[in-house]
Design a protein around this ligand. Structure first.
Ligand SMILES: NC(=O)c1ccc[n+]([C@@H]2O[C@H](COP(=O)([O-])OP(=O)(O)OC[C@H]3O[C@@H](n4cnc5c(N)ncnc54)[C@H](O)[C@@H]3O)[C@@H](O)[C@H]2O)c1
Length: 361
């Protein structure tokens, strides 16, 4: 096989980003899309030149030309769709976070292993060109021994209702955006085990919309002693922020993924779009270009396609997504108990992360 046929499950926010990526990938093609609202999925398929669309993804899984699927679905639907796709013999690319419970994580990993298909974990920060360069510098020894990492993702709140409903999302900002920081730390350090987690969470601004955390600080210590500090927020105004710092015994790196890769624009009239979740473009603004590329989305998908065609394990797998879930659970447990939590940490298998925090703070 020299070309991968891909089916998209979901047709909104992140599905749009991935569909744009596939327009740049020569050895793969989006051959079908599935999403429950007919007008959305039909429009999505037409705009991206996708030949077939379905309102039930199970019908799409019957297509022989679909070799792999992308799960661009709300968190609570990842596990079932993954297991259904694996049972149909399709490789799976799962959006972050992997799922909402540890039992689901185990089911997804087992289903893909049993079916002999790949489970790729879509963490684009490991493919973001600026962070990839930082990782190369760390690997080359340019910073000496890394002892501290910081990663922050902040905006003023998600675009779709299900993110705010912890019954559907499984958690607040620590689950939604902390997952990026935690995998960034693991990847940057060469994937050592996390040994303990301390977290402080709050619902500062959005208590009328969610029972989830909307602002959080999480410290993860890794085997070898390096610590990662993640700052996550659904409160921050002024558009999306994604930045990292890496401190070593011989040097330091500061990386700002969006503002550090944007135009500094002044406009009295305002204009169409500056950056994800920017509320205004009047006055001074940071105008992103090649936003998806700066995040590493096309590079991530290209890597997964190449691995699936070659029968190789990708850089980011279901096991990585599970490790991230364990850190997320430990973070909610820490915020719930006010204590540092040692890893390995085994939450109740069917609990969602938020259940370890709600009612205990
Ligand atoms: N990597 C990133 O930076 C990033 C960014 C945004 C979202 N995400 C993740 O991607 C996933 C989707 O998020 P989103 O922002 O695209 O959400 P969204 O609400 O914009 O889109 C969800 C899509 O799923 C579809 N859907 C719902 N139920 C379905 C079902 N039973 N079968 C098929 N389709 C169904 C909806 O119709 C919609 O098209 C989430 O897990 C989220 O965490 C990742």
């Amino acid at each position: 096989m020299d070309r991968l046929g891909v089916g998209m499950i979901g047709s909104r926010f992140v599905a749009e980003i991935h569909a744009e990526s596939f327009a740049r990938i020569a050895n793969a093609e989006l051959v079908a899309a599935a999403s429950p609202t007919e007008e959305h999925v039909r429009d999505f398929a037409e705009r991206h030149g996708i030949p077939k669309w379905f309102t039930d993804y199970r019908e799409m899984l019957e297509l022989p030309e679909v070799d792999a699927v992308i799960l661009a679905l709300p968190n609570y639907l990842h596990a079932q769709a993954c297991c259904d796709a694996a049972a149909a013999g399709k490789h799976v690319i799962c959006e972050k976070p992997l799922c909402t419970t540890m039992a689901e994580a185990d089911r997804m990993i087992a289903a893909c292993a049993d079916a002999g298909v790949t489970l790729a974990y879509a963490e684009e920060l490991c493919f973001a060109p600026k962070y990839v360069r930082a990782r190369q510098l760390v690997e080359s020894g340019a910073l000496g021994e890394v002892y501290l990492l910081k990663q922050a993702e902040k905006h003023d709140g998600p675009h779709a209702d299900w993110f705010w409903d912890v019954e559907l999302s499984g958690g607040g900002v620590t689950l939604d955006m902390g997952c990026h920081g935690f995998e960034f730390f693991r990847w940057m350090l060469g994937k050592p085990e996390a040994v303990n987690v301390y977290a402080d969470m709050a619902t500062h601004l959005h208590g009328d919309r969610t029972r989830g955390d909307d602002d959080a600080i999480i410290i993860v210590e890794f085997d070898g002693g390096a610590r990662g500090m993640a700052e996550e927020s659904w409160i921050k105004k002024g558009g999306m922020d994604d930045r990292a710092e890496v401190y070593g015994s011989e040097g330091v790196i500061f990386a700002d993924l969006l503002r550090g890769s944007s135009l500094l624009t002044y406009s009295e009239t305002g204009y169409d779009y500056a950056v994800e979740k920017a509320s205004t473009t009047r006055g001074w603004s940071f105008t992103m270009y090649e936003e998806a590329w700066n995040y590493g989305f096309p590079q991530e998908m290209q890597h997964f396609v190449d691995c699936m065609l070659a029968g190789e394990q990708p850089l980011e797998t279901g096991e990585d997504g599970r490790k991230v879930m364990e850190i997320i659970f430990a973070a909610y447990e820490s915020a719930g108990t006010g204590r540092k939590v040692e890893l390995p940490f085994t939450p109740p298998p069917d609990a969602t992360p938020i259940e370890l925090w709600l009612g205990r703070d």
